[in-house]
Design a protein. Structure first.
Length: 729
């Protein structure tokens, strides 16, 4: 990638964020333009954002070529960043503009500060209230003293811009120049960190040394929960900052963890820049520019922070690297963990993948010597790993309509009496996973999807967890009309909460579930309250497995460890192991020892045995052997091809048309499986059919797939989407 300069009147190839499959040529304006510059260009009647991608091709009518409208006053996109965008597009088989969009998610780029303005609430109130007006005012009252750009405000509250204009006309809102961006205060890497233990010190020294090399490398930092992985990798961050390079820490569920920001501040004296869905548009713009101008030294963010325009990235930390949420499942289907490694290799940066339960991919890369590996095997200080015990439900069977066995209940009771916290983990949202008529056997399903409706009793509705469709809980069976035999079957967290309330009426309980109708901010506050002791018994879905420390928690009860082992996916064992270990690791993080009780019908299952502290390396090796035998990742390459469309028959036909060309794949050394209904077989009224392509590790799969799908052109409203390295197989 070059950083060339294009003189006035030359042709520039501009990549826009519009869904086109190629760059467009424009004439370079007065003063010339650098390759990589951000520009505004005319496209039809509109002006759109673009980046000068190289010299123009000039392979069509020069007279029709229009000029670049403006060169924006923001830093040029550096060559490595352009390279990264191209490599991600190639790897994920996504058109370049879609990837460029990920890299330009900073609203109002290039607008001079003087021209931007925000709306603020005054003391005046409108003569007439409407629902929309009430919402605007309530929102601004809630965010007291804050100004919002009009477009942002309209979007956040869900009103049209004319509602805002009306309020402005009546003096309820005033227009003010947007404040200048707050500066990024310098972080001080020379402040002393915590006194490290021997193991921690050795780990930190190894990472510091790697960062000092100023070249690419990846280290798997495998450490049990509470071993101080965070303390250790913050040392690597300190080294990177001391080198004057930028650092990025990726976290899953960052919007919910204020704790981490506080730790960074305690370590380096100032807060890092934050990048996630909870950041306002103005905040995003500030961070994006701060990163591009090299003023923001450290960013803590969600997976999309990987696409920020770092000028000199020296270190990327991927914390909880095994977390499935690092894979983006719509739009550009990319794995932030894998793309972090790519990005670092282009930038001469180090990557640290931190986890107590690494992905099999990373484990295998370390095993093969591609990644360095550091192990932290003990919890820091007096904290010891929780004792883990299986509760065999064949010996202590559950009572009818009960999901907590007697031994688990008595352990909870002891904690409540001692003033300690318990966590009951059940990875099922809602009240009951199934509503069935006991008279005719009818199960209530979603009208749009191939999924059962889940009862949410708090909301008084049935919900589809695939598409979000809702309907009221019917008073009689929609099939046979019988009013008396509709029954909620199986437990969800809400139902578990009901049982807890019945059995422990004196205890304070809290439910933490990812579908709670709370804003990220309110949820974060609630989590902090609970960590501070506001509940005796916490009932949660997988959301509680991540990130946050609950210092008072000494007991974890896993309600149904067998849940994830059904279904027969190759990855099921790995996922179950990671999730239950992670949840169990929440117990006993402070001085008091923890206990994890795991309810299961199959305590002899290899996964359950590994969870309970069997030979972990042996477990990974057995998993690896299975994958190897199946030619599955990480030992083979895989792609999922999702064919979707409104009509089931035609969707399958389209998939079969692809399958008919399988000869091409076989010739290239790849194998085709399917078509079969996709893991989510129907969603929002669209049928989804999946094909799987497997190939040896050495094969460059993308060009083969590109030629293969090229030959089949879907009709309008039908789609073929390729998912390289799918999550489920
Ligand atoms: P992990 O990321 O491996 O789960 P953390 O880095 O969060 O572990 O450490 C767990 C807890 O132990 C935290 O509260 C942390 O502050 C504390 N801790 C870890 N190492 C040290 C140390 N060397 N000195 C003081 N406290 C430590
Ligand atoms: Zn649905």
């Amino acid at each position: 990638m070059t950083d060339a300069f294009l003189p006035e009147r030359a042709l520039a190839a501009v990549l826009t964020t519009q869904p086109l499959d190629r760059t467009l040529d424009y004439r370079v304006p007065e003063g010339g333009v650098r390759v990589g510059a951000f520009v505004a260009v005319p496209l039809g009647p509109r002006k759109v954002l673009g980046v000068v991608w190289g010299p123009g091709q000039g392979d069509y009518d020069r007279a029709k070529i229009r000029a670049i409208s403006a060169v924006l006053d923001v830093p040029v996109m550096p060559p490595v960043m352009r390279d990264f965008v191209e490599r991600v597009a190639d790897y994920t088989m996504t058109p370049l503009p879609a990837v460029l969009r990920l890299a330009t998610r900073a609203p109002g780029l290039g607008e001079p500060p003087g021209k931007r303005h925000v709306l603020r609430l005054t003391d005046a109130r409108p003569d007439r209230m409407t629902d929309a007006r009430t919402r605007v005012i309530a929102f601004l009252e809630e965010h007291e003293g804050m100004g919002f750009a009009p477009g942002e405000l309209a979007g956040l509250v869900g009103v049209t811009s004319s509602v805002l204009k009306g309020l402005e006309g009546q003096g309820v809102l005033v227009r003010e120049a947007a404040p200048r961006d707050a500066p990024f205060l310098p972080l001080d890497p020379s402040r002393p960190g915590k006194d490290l233990s021997g193991d921690q010190r050795r780990a930190a020294a190894q990472l510091r040394e790697a960062v000092r090399g100023r070249s690419y490398g990846t280290t798997l930092l495998k450490g049990v929960t509470g071993s101080g992985k965070t303390e250790v990798y913050l040392e690597a961050v300190a080294e990177c900052l001391a080198q004057g390079r930028q650092a990025l820490v990726l976290l899953p569920e960052i919007a919910l963890t204020g704790e981490f920001i506080a730790r960074v501040q305690a370590r380096f004296g100032q807060e890092p820049a934050e990048w996630h869905s909870g950041v306002t548009q103005a905040g995003r713009r500030r961070v994006w520019l701060g990163v591009a101008e090299g003023r923001a030294q450290l960013v803590v963010g969600a997976r999309s922070a990987l696409f920020l325009p770092f000028t000199d990235l020296g270190l990327v930390i991927v914390d909880e690297e095994h977390d499935p949420s690092y894979k983006q499942e719509d739009g550009v289907l990319y794995s932030a963990r894998d793309m972090a490694v790519l990005r670092a290799s282009l930038s001469g940066a180090q990557v640290v993948l931190a986890s107590a339960t690494p992905s099999l991919e990373s484990w295998a890369n370390a095993d093969a010597g591609k990644y360095a590996r550091i192990d932290l095997t003990e919890r820091f200080g007096a904290a010891v790993l929780p004792e883990m015990r299986a509760l065999d439900l064949r010996i202590d069977p559950l009572e009818r309509e009960s999901w907590i066995s007697e031994p688990l209940a008595s352990a909870v009771r002891q904690r409540v009496e001692a003033g300690e916290q318990s966590l009951l983990f059940l990875n099922r949202r809602g009240y009951a996973p199934l509503t069935m008529c006991r008279a005719c056997g009818h199960q209530i399903g979603c009208d749009q999807c191939d999924a059962r409706m889940v009862e949410h009793r708090f909301l008084g509705r049935l919900m589809c967890h695939q598409c979000g469709a809702q309907k009221p809980i019917p008073s009689e069976c929609p099939n046979c009309g019988n009013p008396d035999h509709l029954a909620a079957l199986g437990p969800g967290v809400e139902r578990l909460a009901e049982e807890v309330a019945r059995r422990f009426p004196e205890a304070r309980t809290a439910v933490l579930s990812s579908d709670m109708t709370m804003s990220a901010r309110a949820l974060k506050a609630r989590i902090e309250e609970i960590a501070g002791g506001a509940a005796d018994i916490v009932i949660g879905t997988q959301m509680v497995a991540k990130g946050h420390n609950f210092p008072l928690l000494t007991l974890v009860g896993v309600i149904d460890a067998d849940l994830g082992l059904q279904g027969g996916e190759l990855r099921a064992a790995e996922r179950t192991f990671q999730l239950i270990r992670q949840v169990a690791g929440r117990a006993g993080r402070a001085e008091k020892p923890g206990l994890a009780l795991i309810q299961t019908h199959q305590p002899e299952h290899p996964v359950i045995r590994a969870i309970l502290g069997g030979d972990e390396e042996a477990f990974w090796r057995a998993e690896a052997a299975q994958r190897q035998a199946a030619g599955a990742p990480p030992y083979g390459r895989m792609a999922g091809i999702i064919v979707s469309g409104p009509e089931e028959r035609e969707t399958f036909e389209l998939a079969r048309a692809l399958a008919a060309r399988a000869g091409m794949l076989t010739q290239a050394g790849a194998q085709l499986f399917g078509p079969a209904p996709a893991p989510i077989a129907r969603i929002r009224g669209r049928t989804r059919v999946r094909l799987l392509v497997k190939a040896a590790k050495g094969l460059a799969l993308q060009p083969v797939l590109a030629r293969w799908v090229e030959g089949v052109v879907p009709r309008a409203n039908y789609r073929i989407q390729i998912d390289i390295d799918p999550q489920s197989f």
